[in-house]
Design a binder for this molecule. Sequence first.
Ligand code: SAH
Length: 238
Amino acid sequence: MSFAASVITLYPEMFPGPLGISLAGKALDDGIWSLDTIALREFGIGKHRAVDDTPAGGGAGMVLRADVLANAIDRAIDSVSDINDQRPRLLMSPRGRVLDQAYVRELAEGPGAVIVCGRFEGVDERVIEARQLIEVSVGDYVLSGGEIAAMALLDAVVRLLPGVMGNAESGEQESFEEGLLEHPHYTRPQIFEGREIPDVLTSGDHGKVEQWRREQAEKLTRERRPDLAAKADKGGAR
Ligand code: SAH
């Protein structure tokens, strides 16, 4: 069973975009995941297919209409062949839970996702409640729309799907998978501008290499991400 992504967006021409290239693109071609892009404009109201309106209570900007979004979400749900669409419905939103590798993995183990990309000031609160949207953020900064956030999420999920990464191991030793940042990498040449590859890595002693990598990962995590290090100490990661 492949991972079924439905993306609701005012800018369908942005997809698959970068998701059509490299690992994700090959996986798309191979049918490991599918992408159904739903053009929000098609569900717009009236001659001009309006999807937004001014905010109740006044203020700057425009808000995506609840009825228009709900119709698009319902179409996304109808479009999968399963009678019972169990996919989580996500709304890309700076107010949401911040995306992390644990949630990426959880999504990758599921049937897919319906992803709503916001625009303008955001979306009418009532559609979030009525369609039980889970708000997901890609970090504490504001993008102009949810599309790039949706692409980041899908890219992270797709690379974990079975058959996408050549070396099955390479998904498990990376940053965050053990609650740690990854150790440094080196490759040829042996000397670059006077800097040598650390001796241990060319010693051929796999035990020592593993130990060195672990120490480096722990050191980097303590230095750069004390928040992650504290979680790892408590055994709270994963
Ligand atoms: N007025 C909103 C920002 C709207 S930005 C606020 O202050 O919170 C327009 C759209 O971009 C949002 O609806 C959301 O879909 C998307 N977006 C912006 N920043 C995001 C982030 N950090 N993570 C996920 N989506 C984001």
